[in-house]
Design a protein around this ligand. Structure first.
Ligand code: BGC
Length: 490
């Protein structure tokens, strides 16, 4: 196996355009995460599709923690993720057989179809089918875009380039919060605008597909060696790419021997990245981040902010989320992955424990938090979101995209995407019910998980900063105290 990827690269306008256009896939995903919570809190939307929830909301004085607990309403949020879960496996096939670029193109088309149907919804079923189409778009986009970015990035900037995806996710969430803030006063069709505008990021991605090249690895994997070499020259911005080209050819020749990528995931070289990819995604969701992202407006209303104040607070957390992602872009290839994850565990743990304690003591089933305490909770939510944004958010996507060998890369990454979707939908589905049952103690539940994930990083997650993606076995897994045991017989 090869050892060193050539560092020969120049950052040209074209190279940067490729990164940015592909990253629009993150905007689609983020927009959807941010839009759902706000839409499901809008009265016009509830009256039309969920009249029971609306009734309960009107008489919600009785219980702060339970006013939005409704399985169907939660299904509205979570159905997208279930469809994305299934779609990611089809996307993995498309990604290997057709290439990264056509798969990204399909993602954009599905998403646009979802936006049109959702905005035009007259019946619940239209809404749900719209969500499913959105989901297929997200499944295809999330499977392909992080892989695309990792494969076109020069090694010394791989983390930073991949995190452009997450940066756009956070921008998408933020824009969605702003859109909801504006449309919540547009009666009775504000929610249609919120859902329909999802077509904009998808359209930008579609346009981007005409600018980006397919990745050299994907072209070479499909036997298009000359095109692969030309693409390599384009994404490196230089003509001398011989060293790296030979490395990709060697990785491809090794991968060619593999007929069944899904079965091969059980081989030593793929087991550690598979276990890590799945656990990273489970843990990413068990930080509780989406309880905040989907339901921030609802959550802030629960704490006694009025509708506007609630959306405004959600906008603040949205901005913190975007800003802190830049920290990750700056730091990930310098301080490495592990330190960011561990630092964040400490900061998230302290923030969650403090939020839980304040709410447990001060927010009962009825009544509201006083203004100062409510402001303290907003600050704590910000310190929590901040640390997620420079660690578990971006690295949940980066690490699985850079650790699989070529032969199992798309199949393995599909497990990362589908696990993310499964747990995102579980949280979306369960959070409001859990909030109702566990009340403030829900924050202690998430804190417990944060301790477990810290131990996972300490014992099972090696540092992958600066390691060429095709050299993980020799340089990482075979050197790791736990994972090296898998290679005893090789
Ligand atoms: C996660 C999403 C989350 C977002 C928040 C992403 O990495 O996968 O579930 O909502 O970060 O910024």
């Amino acid at each position: 196996m090869t050892t060193a990827q050539s560092n020969n690269s120049k950052i040209t306008v074209y190279v940067v355009s490729c990164w940015i256009f592909a990253a629009f896939g993150g905007l689609m995903f983020g927009y959807d995460i941010g839009i759902s919570g706000g839409v499901s809190g809008m009265d016009d939307f509830l009256i039309k599709f969920f009249p029971n929830v609306y009734d309960r909301k009107l008489h919600a004085k009785e219980n702060n923690y339970c006013k939005y607990d409704d399985q169907l309403l939660q299904l509205f949020t979570s159905s997208l993720y279930l469809s994305a879960l299934v779609a990611s496996f089809f996307a993995s096939k498309a990604c290997s057989a057709l290439g990264r670029r056509p798969t990204i193109f399909m993602a954009a088309l599905f998403f646009i179809a979802g936006a049109i149907l959702s905005a035009a919804s007259e019946h619940r079923w239209m809404l749900i089918v719209g969500r499913i189409l959105f989901g297929v778009g997200v499944g295809f986009g999330n499977e392909t875009v992080p892989l695309f970015l990792t494969e076109v990035a020069p090694i010394q900037l791989r983390g930073a380039v991949n995190i452009m995806f997450q940066l756009f996710v956070t921008i998408g969430i933020f824009i969605a919060n702003l859109v909801n803030y504006a449309t919540s006063t547009m009666h009775p069709n504000g929610w249609r605008w919120s859902l329909g505008l999802a077509a904009v990021p998808a359209f930008l991605l579609l346009v981007g597909c005409f600018v980006i090249t397919d990745t050299p690895a994907s072209l070479i994997e499909r036997g298009k060696d000359e095109q692969g070499k030309a693409a390599l020259k384009k994404v490196r911005g230089v003509d001398d790419v011989e060293v790296e080209y030979k490395e990709i050819i060697a990785a491809r020749d090794e991968a060619m021997a593999v007929k069944h990528p899904f079965r091969n995931l059980m081989k030593a070289a793929s087991v550690p990245p598979l276990v890590i990819a799945i656990l990273l995604q489970v843990f990413q969701q068990f930080t509780g981040i989406n309880a905040i992202m989907f339901y921030a407006p609802v959550l802030f209303q629960t704490m006694g902010f009025k509708s506007d104040g609630a959306l405004l607070s959600a906008v603040i957390t949205g901005l913190v989320n975007v800003g802190s992602t830049f920290v990750s872009i700056y730091a990930v290839d310098k301080v490495g992955r592990r330190k960011l994850l561990l630092q964040a565990c400490c900061q998230m743990l302290i923030s969650q424990l403090a939020i839980g304690s304040i709410l447990a003591v001060n927010l009962k089933e009825t009544g509201t938090l006083d203004r100062t305490l409510a402001a303290v909770v907003v600050v704590l939510v910000c310190t929590y979101v901040m640390s997620f944004a420079w660690s578990w958010g971006p690295l949940g996507w980066l690490i699985p995209s850079e650790t699989f060998p070529m032969e199992t890369r798309t199949a393995g990454f599909a497990f990362a995407v589908s696990t993310n979707m499964l747990f995102t939908s579980l949280i979306a589905q369960a959070f409001l019910t859990m909030l109702c049952k566990m009340q403030a103690y829900i924050f202690f539940f998430f804190s417990g998980w944060i301790v477990v994930m810290g131990l996972f990083v300490i014992f099972l997650l090696p540092e992958t900063k600066g390691v060429p993606i095709d050299s993980m076995v020799d340089q990482v897994w075979k050197q790791h105290p736990v994972w090296k045991k898998l290679f005893k017989n090789e």
